[in-house]
Design a protein around this ligand. Sequence first.
Ligand code: ATP
Length: 363
Amino acid sequence: MATLDLSQITKRFGKVTAVDDLSVAIENGEFFVILGPSGAGKTTTLKSIAGLVDVDGGSVHIGGVDMTRVEPYHRNVAMAFESYALYPQKTVSENLASPLKSGRTGKYSEAERAERIDQVTTTLGINHLLKRFPRELSNGQRQRVALGRVLVRPADVYLLDEPLSHLDAKLRAAMRAELKQLGAMSNTTTVYVTHDYQEALALGDRIGVLREGRLVQIGTPAELWNRPADTFVARSLGQPEMNLLDGVVDDGVVRLGDGELEVAIPDGLPVSRGDRVRVGMRPCDFHVRGSQVDTSVDVALSGHVVLAERLGRNIELTVDVAGEQLIALTTGRHGVGEGSDAVMSIARSDVHFFAAGDGDTIR
Ligand code: ATP
């Protein structure tokens, strides 16, 4: 168990700055998720913590001890890579036991090894695979065994790089919950990297959103969801992404598009007449009806449905509202289909306001 302090980490590869002045203090036992698109610097951040790359600047402290120049082997960090490396000539059981036999963890008795392996294999749902060889496993099973190899070894910090990426959707969802339990069970500090916002929201005690090597926001899932720092964070969370409409501040409202549409400005929002802003509305926050709504609590936007697509139990509507195309995710119980008129309503409290220039949340 240990705290993990990253202070002003910078890592460059030639002209590319993969990690850029990154700082975060991760608490003892915390499950911290780094969320970011491909190329944002997620893997390089993990490698900086593990000591697998030499950072160009900044420091890594584990349990208060400066590890910046310490060899990977002596950091007591366990890292799982996306590419699942297993010994092909060993069974699953032997693959899981080997990290407990070598090096600094070699002190475990056979009974202790058996107990740790049992704990991990139960959580990962791989008990029935113990006698198999890696070549006899599916990609998803292999990935779970590789994850098991990392988690079985006691470490101060676990670093997990997209560990669920090869699993199918159903297994991913099941594993998410189980992984969280495993983290809590072993009460260890974990940094978990993903580009999947659902995984981040489900697993993270806190999430750091990474963009071009920089952490643009750190917060709990609720904080990030309710108060995204900018349009990048807002669009990183949610699928379909948040609708963003350009507008201009007028008396008490933002006029959108060609000015026909307006959205009331909440009291105290620090904007002035003429300011250019972006208004954000999540597809899942819309209610869609054929008729009018209570505009004292809701913003109502009238439009015309141009596309209705069923996605499992939801229907995704593309609605033309005064020339702007808005996406709404609905249950489909409203009876509004392609070609219909629709009134989309959204609670005023669910409307987000961003500055037009840098996209920062206005607060
Ligand atoms: P992905 O989700 O695609 O794995 P990532 O967020 O993990 O991406 P990194 O692998 O950390 O991103 O890469 C960050 C940037 O650094 C990218 O532009 C990448 O091309 C570059 N990069 C990473 N490793 C090296 C390397 N060894 N040599 C040169 N450039 C590298």
